[in-house]
Ligand binder design. Sequence first.
Ligand code: NAP
Ligand code: GDP
Length: 309
Amino acid sequence: MDNLLVFGGSGMVGSALKEVDTDLNLIFLSSKDADLTSEKETEKIFKDFKPKGVINLAANCGGLYKNLDHGIQLFHDNIAINSNVLKYSYEYNVEKVISCLSVCIFPELEECPWVKLPMSEKDVHSGPPHFSNNCYAYAKRMVDILSKKYRYLYDKNFITITPTNIFGPFDNFSENTGHVIPGLIKKAVFAKNNDSPLFVKGTGSSLRQFIYSKDLAKLILWAYENYNDEETIILSPDENDEISIKEVAEIIAEIVGVKEVLYDTSFSDGQYKRTVTNKKLKSLHSKFNFTPIKTSLEETVDWFIKNKI
Ligand code: NAP
Ligand code: GDP
């Protein structure tokens, strides 16, 4: 059977992909198999496996506070990983590549009054991203540019997907480098055990659309088998499901059993909102049902308690 390589196979989304029922022969790789920032190591992987397809989930990524402090490293690593994977996918005749963009590549609305909400696939390059994560966001935007150029010059089926904020089992639960949901879950469980309040960083007013890693994993395989356009596709629950950090913190506090939620407003809130539409996804895959956020948060809390405590 043809090999289909999954780079970033040990991460949160890669781990969710391992659980999806599929006839595809997925081979999951991590940075232990190859450091994709190295051209030499990347080429060796393509030479050894001769894959027919690639799903590239490998990235140096993290939450708002990692982006604020480590933007330069995020830029260099992600430019190198994506450039190497596309270059050797082309050189080794890979038929299809899925690369992963991110919702934070969309423009910062305050600086771009011409951009209308909800944003769509057409807005990926409509204006500068929010300054807090601009290094990561510009590195991700370049994947869109490069994939389109390989399509135009060499007729390669290189596509991109754009998920909104992801969470689930196997996430990075570090309060300093991870995203908001794993950070809040970890702090809530410790707060419960110490009978203390849950501290939320910032005011809690920012709005986000969250996708459960298990839903995203199913959509990635759907995209591998069904989506072939050059324009990216947003993978997200409805814009009506956009939720404030305050609401998310309160749901997590309720699930874990924490009585008090407090806000440390000395921390940045990051981008206020970046609402996107999933109209394109719905038009192509109308039957897909997203897991309700309360259910997916309960499952993630449960996983954290069983695996990380
Ligand atoms: P993750 O949990 O941080 O996992 C990252 C994966 O990339 C790991 O398997 C890691 O391998 C691998 N990796 C990192 N640096 C590498 C390198 N130099 N060489 C080879 N492999 C390397 O990431 P995720 O949350 O699953 O994200 C999956 C994709 O979704 C990424 O492209 C990310 O940018 C994108 N995305 C994430 C979010 C989010 O909220 N998390 C939102 C939108 C888009 P090791 O385990 O060996 O380190
Ligand atoms: P973003 O969505 O790309 O900005 O990244 P995050 O997943 O890190 O979400 C950031 C939002 O959650 C900001 O509004 C933060 O102020 C808020 N937040 C609240 N508590 C935490 C926390 O413990 N960790 C993180 N990363 N963000 C938090």
